[in-house]
Design a binder for this molecule. Structure first.
Ligand code: SF4
Length: 690
């Protein structure tokens, strides 16, 4: 230990003391036990804490998969807090960020008694931008009354808010159209040239983060900061010694969206709106802003009209390797692009002529140049190690992305020569389907990292069963979802709800939900369907049936229980311990979408290096997704339940064995009778479900 009592990586004789201090936290009678009478020492948690402590002491990189129930949050937080080093923790979503910062962190800081400063830093779109709020209110460019009223409400709230965190504003829907008008993005923020810079909420949050010992961010912000650093703007995130990524399995897919080049209709429309607002406010009459911005807006919207009618309402990714995206007419595309480039050039000319009148114009000019640069980049041929596509839907977006996010973690390699964090820890409950965790480590370039798997403390053989019905139609046959739904009905009735059906497509979700609705309503079982309420509302309502007499905010419910039908976004991050959930049904094996441009480009790369896309990409991706879906069932040592996978390929095809091996070893059921018996065993005596 160093004199300060913290880890000192240069003093090897202190290493044993340091590991022993960390071990004491997790031991019977240790720090955690003192704060919780029900605490039980868990070998997996102790092992993981030891690995993290060693990585911090030795300044190395660690990739550690920690099975469900390990208690991984404390296992990485405790060594980080005790190390005395500056730490950055990044997790996948804002909700997890809040949970970590508001619940886990203060609890542990209290138990360990470490005097450290912590900070929560969110993305800039969470903080009120007073400059943009005022500029939209003063310019008169916002025509509709509804939006003007919303702006006035934000203005009233702003007078009372200290943090400017818009999630604190009562009644503000996070999807409200007013949010882009009162928040900034990296394109439109004026930075140090802003008249509100000194009182800016975002800048204050960043200053607080820069002076904290431990900062909690999310992966999106982490990558956004990387992008900003590249553009030379002031650093957003503090320089730290230790970086810990929780829910690290999401890093690669989030990263590729930030590390490439993008251009989208909302981005351009936002720029256009800001030009109009600034023009009318600071240079009215010097240019015909309304006409010029009207033309630009039309060319942005017209680009969408080039797309095939069938794609206009669907969110699809059209591969774009040649002159135009797949199934888009090259002539029409090139003419629309010409009009867009011309309209942008005309706006640039106007901005250039008055750029000295206000800092807004200088910034808008820079932004215009950056957008034109992206436009030009996307008109050049795509690089070999990149993939390009067009996302079509209610808006359009062009993406030119690297195939993986390795460049963001280059600094973790011992010979990188880059300054920055000395310890990198990556953890999640699911990081691959083999002991080397190749699925996770290879795309991120973490081949130098120590890799470890810490097993879940749950006894899956005892707590869970797996049933794969082999008499259902093949998953690609049209009748599959309906037949599966009909099988689910008696199971859900037997359990009085307590069932979650996870589908791989919205089509299957619709068919299954419709069939279940009719059958379950007459049995007093509530059907909860993704899309009918927000994710949080659905989960809260579902959890409430753990006490079947009381759901709906404490009022007596007429339903005995609930069945939740949801799709891809519920396959992970859903935690429902206890009796509220006893049956999880996965409609089929979650193979990746084959025509996704990123999947296709990665497959091509594998083929070029003599590997098999199916063995080396499709199967590991599927195994990880399957582990995540299956992981919804058993969430505590007391849970019991059954997992049904409605896809007979799992037992009939050779590759099924590899997928089965990736999942926890559960008891296998072999017939519908077995299934009924197992369900009967789950129905507890005290339940009022029958
Ligand atoms: S510095 Fe940027 S975010 Fe802050 S008030 Fe100014 S424009 Fe808005």
């Amino acid at each position: 230990m160093s004199e300060s009592g913290h880890v000192d990586s240069n003093n090897h004789t202190s290493s044993a003391d340091w590991l022993s201090r960390v071990a004491k936290v997790f031991a019977a009678g240790g720090d955690l036990a003192k704060g919780n009478a029900h605490f039980r020492a868990r070998p997996g948690q102790q092992r993981m804490a030891e690995l993290v402590a060693q990585a911090i002491a030795n300044e190395t990189t660690l990739v550690v998969e920690a099975g469900t129930g390990t208690g991984k949050t404390y296992a990485y937080l405790a060594p980080a807090l005790l190390s005395g080093k500056r730490v950055l923790v990044s997790t996948a979503t804002k909700a997890l960020q809040d949970q970590l910062y508001l619940r886990d962190l203060p609890r542990l800081v209290g138990l360990l008694g470490v005097p450290i400063r912590t900070a929560l830093l969110k993305g800039r779109s969470n903080y009120l931008c007073t400059h943009r709020l005022d500029s939209h209110m003063q310019s008169g460019a916002v025509a509709d009354r509804f939006t003007n009223n919303a702006l006035a409400k934000v203005k009233r709230w702003a007078a009372t808010s200290i943090s400017g965190d818009l999630s604190d504003m009562p009644g503000l829907d996070q999807r409200s159209g007013v949010i882009p008008l009162v928040t900034s993005n990296r394109d439109n923020c004026l930075g140090s040239q802003c008249p509100d810079f000194k009182t800016c909420h975002l800048q204050a949050a960043r200053r607080e983060a820069l002076s904290a010992d431990l900062v909690v961010v999310n992966h999106h912000l982490f990558f956004a900061d990387q992008a900003v650093r590249e553009s030379g703007m002031a650093e957003l995130l503090p320089s730290v010694d230790v970086v810990i990524f929780d829910e690290a399995h999401q890093l690669n897919e989030i990263g590729v969206m930030f590390l490439g080049t993008q251009l989208s209709s909302p981005q351009l429309l936002d720029f256009n709106r800001d030009v109009l607002a600034a023009g009318l406010q600071h240079a009215r009459g010097l240019c015909d802003w309304s006409q010029q911005c009207g033309i630009l807006e039309r060319t942005i919207r017209d680009l969408r009209l080039c797309l095939p009618a069938t794609h206009m309402k669907m969110n699809v990714r059209l591969p774009w390797g040649g002159q135009a995206p797949q199934s888009v007419d090259e002539g029409a595309w090139s003419s629309c692009l010409g009009d867009l480039s011309q309209a942008m050039a005309d706006v640039r000319k106007d901005l250039n002529s008055i750029s000295e009148l206000a800092p807004d114009f200088e910034r808008l000019l820079e932004r215009c140049d950056a957008l034109l640069q992206r436009l030009q980049h996307l008109l050049n041929p795509v690089a070999d190690d990149h993939v390009r596509w067009l996302e079509a839907g209610s808006h359009w977006r062009w993406v030119d992305s690297p195939l993986d996010s390795a460049q963001a973690f280059a600094g973790s390699a011992p010979d990188s020569g880059l300054t920055g964090p000395t310890t990198w820890v990556f953890t999640s409950a699911t990081l691959g389907d083999n002991a080397q965790l190749d699925w996770f480590a290879q795309p991120l370039g973490l081949t130098h990292a120590q890799r470890a798997v810490v097993a879940s403390p749950f006894d899956f053989e005892l707590q869970a069963a797996l049933w794969v019905p082999t008499d259902l139609p093949m998953p690609n046959e049209p009748g599959h979802p309906l037949m599966l739904a009909r099988r689910i009905v008696p199971w859900a009735q037997r359990l009085g709800g307590r069932t979650m059906v996870l589908t791989t497509s919205l089509r299957a979700l619709g068919i299954i939900a419709q069939e279940l609705r009719e059958a379950l309503t007459s049995n007093n079982i509530e059907l909860l369907v993704q899309g009918e309420l927000s994710k949080n509302e659905l989960l809260e309502r579902f959890r409430a049936y753990a006490d079947p007499l009381r759901a709906n905010n404490g009022q007596v419910s007429t339903h005995r229980g609930a069945v939740l039908v949801a799709s891809v976004s519920f396959w992970e991050g859903v935690d429902i311990p206890g009796e509220a959930l006893q049956l999880v049904v996965l409609d089929k094996l979650p193979f990746p979408v084959p025509d996704d441009p990123l999947t296709q480009a990665r497959a091509k790369r594998l083929q070029a290096s003599g590997k098999s896309p199916f063995t080396d990409q499709v199967l590991p991706d599927t195994a990880v997704a399957l582990k995540q879906g299956a992981g919804r069932l058993i969430r505590s040592e007391l849970d019991k339940g059954v997992l049904v996978i409605g896809d007979r390929r799992l037992v009939n095809m050779g590759y099924g064995r590899r997928l089965l091996l990736a999942m926890p070893a559960m008891r296998r059921l072999s017939s519908e009778t077995d299934m009924q018996d197992y369900l009967s065993g789950l129905v507890t005596k005290e339940s009022t479900r029958t």
